[in-house]
Design a protein around this ligand. Structure first.
Ligand code: FAD
Length: 429
């Protein structure tokens, strides 16, 4: 048993990056992964395309994490999006930057990212043990000395990095073990809850619209008629309610408001670019041109077909009414509905279906410069196990890579005695 061993618990993006960096700095590194192979969640990211990171400037980027973005500033200042892109290039993963700064592998395959990362980790000399779920941290006094895998395999180490991810999409291996491990050695856990999660809505509106996606809508969240939040973009109807980028972006605030017992309504503006007067002018123009058409046919120029019946039901305007007979109050009802199509939120999908877990190991108990635990010496934490979560757009993966990068290097430095400046001069890959 070497006296300079780093154990990394969990082979997601944070753990793989941490392990490779620790090994690159000369630490004997053992990666213990619970599943049959590392990177299972990474493989399904970005609908299989993997939105690796985002090219927003640092301050804008960090703001996507809310108040905890401050914690990440140091990690980002050391290893950020341009460094991540440069890191992957020699590993054979070229990237492309798409709309809103989102970065993807040029191949469009998340699997390429996982394979390249795993190859790199192995090449660095990391030993990867799969089907090895750590169920206990071994601690002596206030110092970590190893980890245990049932039925009683003990792996000693001088530093342990917990990179077990969150508690969602549990079939990928992220089942919240890290929270229990950290708590067992004295860490405080900010209550975990879903972030980036689809929402359930009342009544039978969503079900028949299942699969319909609406682009460029503005969604406002109302509690007792007061606006709580709003976002614009794409949403999609599902058999239980709504999902899609704009809904996911609002979901964390909605989950928190629902927990406080607030009654919430989504107000969807289907025509955010049009003021009421412009909308009326457009309607009158359509009516002048196609006055003989029935109301539902007139709507075809304005709405996706599947929304038409919902529109006639909710506005109470007879579907077969000739357009030229629409009264001013009916046109007003239609305009109001187009700008304020309401869905009552009854709940959210469970944590297991969330893209990211909010809550986790309290960041105040972790040194932001090194990801070292302030509670147990030799212990480090990286990735989603920390109380960090951001919007969609590549922010969460960058946080996993940046904290993993820092944790791996700091853990190796801690046990090998390499001074900080020479660590920074070391090549990235
Ligand atoms: C469907 C989906 C799509 C997503 N798409 C994107 C995207 O495009 N861009 C983006 O930025 N983010 C995306 N995310 C979020 C992103 O995947 C996570 O934030 C990120 O994977 C977290 O990395 P991690 O290394 O901390 O944890 P994880 O990726 O969850 O990895 C944790 C690893 O630890 C292992 N493990 C757990 N417990 C133990 C244990 N006791 N012992 C040993 N091993 C253990 C797990 O098996 C797993 O391999 C997506 C998430 C989902 C669910």
């Amino acid at each position: 048993m070497s006296g300079r061993r780093v154990i990394v618990v969990g082979g997601g993006p944070a753990g793989l990056m941490a392990a490779g960096q620790a090994a690159a700095l000369g630490a004997e590194t053992l990666l213990l992964e619970k599943m049959d192979r590392p990177g299972r969640k990474l493989r399904i990211t970005g609908n299989g395309r993997c939105n690796l990171t985002n090219m927003s400037p640092l301050s804008e980027f960090a703001a996507h994490f809310g108040p905890n973005g401050r914690f990440l500033r140091h990690a980002f200042s050391e290893f950020f999006a341009p460094e991540l892109v440069a890191f992957f290039k020699p590993l054979g993963v070229r990237t492309v930057t798409e709309e809103n700064g989102r970065v993807f592998p040029a191949s469009g395959r998340a699997g390429d990212v996982v394979d390249a990362l795993t190859r790199w980790v192995r090449k660095r000399g990391v030993t990867i043990l799969t089907r090895s779920p750590v169920d206990r941290l071994l601690v002596q006094g206030r110092t970590v000395i190893g980890a245990q895998v049932p039925p009683g395999h003990v792996y000693k180490a001088d530093a342990v990095i917990i990179a077990t991810g969150g508690a969602s999409y549990t079939s990928t291996g992220s089942t919240g073990d890290g929270y229990r491990l950290a708590e067992s050695v004295g860490h405080g856990i900010v209550p975990i809850r879903p972030a980036l999660v689809p929402l359930e809505t009342a009544g039978d509106i969503a079900m028949p619209l299942q699969g319909l996606s609406l682009n460029g809508v503005k969604v406002r969240v109302l509690a007792n008629r007061k606006k709580q939040a709003e976002a614009s973009g794409e949403m999609i109807f599902t058999h239980f309610g709504v999902s899609g980028p704009v809904i996911l972006a609002l979901s964390k605030q909605i989950v928190d408001a629902l927990r406080l017992g607030k009654r919430l309504v989504l107000s969807i503006d289907l025509e955010p670019a049009l003021e009421d007067a412009t909308l009326e002018a457009r309607l009158l123009c359509d009516i002048a041109e196609h006055g003989k058409r029935q109301f539902h046919t007139l709507l075809r120029g304005m709405l996706p077909r599947r929304l038409i019946q919902i529109c006639t039901d909710l506005t109470g305007i007879p579907a077969d009414k000739p357009a030229h007979q629409l009264t001013a109050p009916e046109r007003r009802r239609l305009r109001t509905w187009l700008k304020d199509f309401r869905l009552e939120v009854t709940g959210h999908r469970p944590l297991t279906e969330a893209i990211v877990t909010a809550g986790g190991v309290a960041t105040r108990e972790v040194d932001p410069r090194t990801m070292a635990s302030r509670v147990v010496s030799g212990l480090y934490l990286a990735g989603e196990v920390l109380d960090l979560d951001a919007d969609t757009g590549g922010f969460n993966l960058q946080a996993a890579f940046s904290t993993g990068w820092n944790a791996g290097r700091a853990a190796a430095r801690g046990i090998t005695g390499i001074p900080r400046h020479s660590v920074r001069q070391n090549g990235l890959a």
